[in-house]
Design a protein around this ligand. Structure first.
Ligand code: CP3
Length: 346
């Protein structure tokens, strides 16, 4: 199959489709026992993403179980920090940790001035392995974090919900924040180009914490840099999906040259599609906690999500946020069946 014939890409480009494509954020993850097993074999999450054979294996795990319409590279948005020698670790239950966060000009001045993209060559090898396994049966989504979202972790040093240091820099040393954003943008541009050259079929940009910014700061601290990245890959013919957990601030997004917007559950798919004059497709936005309910409820809510997009093409079914470890894998199979069945009846 030619890659432009993939259902996912057809719906992104609003071409004729027979049903709504579906994939799941964090589809290779802790709710799958086979994932836990491979992660243990790799000696933990970092060992897993830095091993191209095992990272490829876990990427393929959900595709062996389910009839999904896309693979997504198994990695993390924070590996880009390898390029500035920030040592990323993951702690069980706590998430990502940087032992030496960037909070002062002095911290910043210790960072390397040159970037050696070869430090992320393990990701390229993973992509090459996955593409070979997929054998063009399904597309592969590559991804990066927005420089803003990545920077929040570099500054906080862990997975906080408070963001005290980030807010402090925004208020008291925005110039340092801008310097960090520039470095991460430069690194991300090289990194995303490598992913495209290695063969990914679409790029997703995760701006999970764009929602921390208000209408005055969202453009200057996040979208400006996202835009810069998109502009450098525009000529590569690879569609861009932008994800933010925002439920407002959409006005600014009209200036982004994106093909698809990933939406969290509080948004209405059809309304946002119309807001963008139907020029940007939508992805999402099934509330993950419904997967803890019974099958009747799941089916009803799938119908609800599908009905919120009353158009023939331009919707990619997904959750509104990543799947959590407490979800029963059988419910995921049921969800996918519902989407395939109900969307093809329309
Ligand atoms: O979607 C996929 O299957 C692709 C792989 C992927 C991961 N992280 C693997 C992962 C992707 C696209 C991400 C993106 C990511 N990583 C984001 C943006 C999207 C979002 O979820 O908001 C962010 C903010 C991160 C940083 C990160 N990685 C955090 C804060 C955590 C800890 C919280 C958590 O969910 O565990 C991670 C860990 C992580 N990234 C896991 C996986 C499968 C769990 C690791 C484990 O096995 O313990």
């Amino acid at each position: 199959m030619n890659s432009s014939e993939h259902l996912l890409l057809k719906s992104i480009y609003q071409q004729k489709i027979t049903r709504t494509p579906i994939w799941i954020m964090r589809q290779a993850g802790r709710y799958l026992p086979e994932y836990i097993q491979t992660k243990n074999q790799a000696g933990g999450f970092m060992g897993l993403i830095r091993n191209p054979d095992l990272a490829c294996e876990v990427t393929m795990q959900p595709l062996k179980r389910y009839e999904l319409d896309s693979a997504i590279l198994f990695s993390d948005i924070l590996v880009v920090a390898d390029l500035i020698d920030m040592n990323l670790r993951f702690e069980e239950k706590k998430g990502p940790v940087f032992d030496q966060p960037i909070r002062t000009d002095k911290d910043f001045n210790k960072l390397p001035t040159e970037i050696d993209i070869a430090k992320l060559s393990y990701v390229n090898q993973t992509i090459i392995n996955i593409k070979s396994e997929l054998n063009n049966k399904l597309p592969l989504i590559g991804f990066i974090g927005s420089p803003w979202t990545v920077s929040t972790y570099l500054i906080e040093g862990n997975s906080t919900k408070q963001f005290d240091y980030v807010y402090d820099l925004l208020k008291n040393n925005p110039n340092l924040l801008l310097k960090i954003l520039e470095v991460i943008t430069k690194a991300s541009i090289q990194y995303v180009k490598e992913q495209i050259n290695s063969g990914v079929d679409a790029i997703m940009i995760f701006d999970t914490w764009g929602s921390l910014l208000d209408h005055k700061t969202y453009y200057d601290f996040s979208l400006k840099y996202v835009n810069e990245i998109i502009n450098t890959i525009k000529n590569k013919n690879v569609p861009v999906i932008y994800y933010s957990r925002s439920k407002s601030n959409f006005e600014y997004l009209k200036n982004l040259d994106i093909n698809c917007i990933g939406l969290s559950s509080e948004n209405n798919l059809g309304e946002i599609f119309e807001f963008f004059d139907k020029k940007v497709s939508v992805q999402g936005n099934f509330e993950v906690t419904y997967l803890k309910e019974d099958k009747i409820t799941i089916k009803k809510e799938v119908m609800h999500t599908l009905n919120s997009f009353p158009y023939k093409s331009g919707h990619i079914f997904n959750l509104g946020s990543g799947i959590t470890p407490d979800i029963d894998p059988d419910k995921v199979a049921f969800l996918i069946d519902c989407v395939r069945e109900l969307s093809s009846e329309r």
